[in-house]
Design a protein around this ligand. Structure first.
Ligand code: GLC
Length: 427
């Protein structure tokens, strides 16, 4: 009798096992790999797993630059792959990606959307559907060495590009005596999305508009824009290293962090990394708005990343739950405190721990508020081509192959061909 009972139990265990297994679910989320992004995503995934027994979250590393990430993601989505459930998507992609993504409003986002900045929800809403939930926002900032500014007798960070050029040249000349690798100003000049961001900042800060206006007119070919791009071209080899044409976010951060630059243009995430104990510049730098041209005002490109669920996911419900959890206040706070990733939840800008870790969230709030969007809403699915034309033509100026006025004339013609838009006068 006992033996029969034993065999019965053993059989039951085998019979139930598939049921137990059926409860195990795996969700894959593809995330960015700039700085400590991936590490923070992994930690957040562990918290989600603890709270959702039976769920395994695989964090998949996506390539470093926005352009490469986009290509990899589109390869998956174009072939309707269910391998990745949740994608980290750039603020400029919703128009191009939305047809591959679920409407998060149908998965509970509608109830929490008003915690986020309205402009970001609007940016991610395509034909009434919420393609992605905002995760963190970005704006271009000026990192500067407080110790060197003081040493060379400058009162504070530059307000204008002329001042930046002067300070960069003076500090560079002085520092070169001991450090031949030292440069005045480091930024992202590789031919990619980051160059489009830099170029928009130069142009807008010189009063040269937004390349394509909010109404959809091509405005890039104007005097102030030519002045701005020409100025940037002249930095190379003077106050910026010749290898600027190969620099992206991480490679430029590393130059600054090593103590080899007076100024750096980059996004907020650098703050947390450059402040780490043991870094050569820890405690020796601060942040300011980017400089302005004579006829313009300080301008920061608007960046940021969002979480989206693929239409091809086999677990859309759970994937959406994960995306909303990751973009919720608890994880956004953790990422802000530890990684200086700007929250998209307005309330977190009043959180004491968040502000103590990142005083500039408060001091530079206006920079974030007034950041200038790239023309992705106006150009939708064509934005990537628009941006490639922008960065490509500007790149030729940086390499010395084209003068700024010719490059902007070409860019205007290219954009007209692509968009069939009218060329507009800069108001
Ligand atoms: C940052 C921004 C993103 C932008 C990219 C360009 O990651 O958040 O919006 O496209 O930089 O390199």
């Amino acid at each position: 009798m006992k033996k029969t009972l034993f065999i019965f139990f053993i059989l039951m265990i085998f019979a139930l096992n598939p049921l137990v297994l059926a409860e195990e679910v795996e969700i894959t989320m593809a995330v960015g790999t700039v700085g400590i992004e991936q590490e923070l995503a992994e930690r957040a995934a562990e918290i989600f797993e603890e709270e959702n027994p039976g769920v395994t979250v695989n964090i998949q590393a996506a390539p470093e630059t926005s352009d490469e990430r986009r290509s990899v993601f589109l390869q998956h989505l174009d072939r309707e792959s269910p391998e990745i459930d949740v994608y980290q998507i750039d603020v400029i992609w919703p128009g191009e990606f939305s047809h591959y993504l679920v409407d998060l409003n149908e998965y509970g986002a509608e109830e929490i959307a008003d915690q986020h900045f309205a402009a970001m929800i609007e940016n991610n809403t395509i034909d009434g559907e919420l393609a992605a939930i905002p995760w963190f926002t970005d704006a271009g900032l000026l990192y500067y060495r407080t110790d060197l500014l003081e040493e060379y007798g400058f009162d504070g960070p530059p307000q204008t590009w002329d001042e930046l050029e002067e300070m960069a040249a003076v500090i560079q000349a002085g520092e070169r005596e001991d450090n031949p690798d030292f440069w005045g100003y480091v930024w992202q000049g590789y031919d990619y999305e980051g160059l489009t961001c830099n170029a928009l900042e130069w142009i807008h800060s010189h009063g040269g508009g937004r390349i394509i206006s909010e109404e959809g007119e091509i405005t890039v070919n104007n005097e102030q824009a030519v002045e701005a791009v020409n100025r940037a071209g002249n930095w190379i080899g003077e106050i910026s290293p010749p290898e600027t044409t190969g620099l992206v976010e991480e490679s430029s951060r590393i130059i600054f962090e090593a103590g080899n630059a007076a100024f750096l243009r980059n996004w907020p995430y650098v703050y947390a990394l450059a402040s780490e104990e043991g870094k050569a510049v820890a405690g020796k730098f601060d942040l300011a708005p980017l400089p302005a041209g004579e006829q313009g005002e300080s301008s920061a490109a608007l960046g940021g990343w969002n979480l989206a669920v693929s239409r091809f996911s086999e677990n859309k419900e759970l994937a959406a739950e994960l995306a909303l959890f990751m973009a919720g206040p608890r994880i956004q706070k953790m990422r802000a405190v530890e990684g200086a990733f700007n929250p998209t939840i307005e309330e977190l800008y009043e959180d004491e721990e968040v502000l103590a870790a990142n005083p500039f969230f408060e001091d530079l709030y206006e920079v974030f508020e007034n950041a200038v969007p790239r023309p992705s809403s106006q150009t939708g699915e064509l934005y990537n081509e628009v941006s490639s034309l922008i960065s490509e033509n500007i790149y030729f100026v940086l390499t010395g192959d084209l003068g700024a006025s010719t490059a902007l004339e070409y860019l205007e013609m290219d954009l007209e061909d692509l968009l069939g838009f009218e060329t507009g006068e800069l108001e």
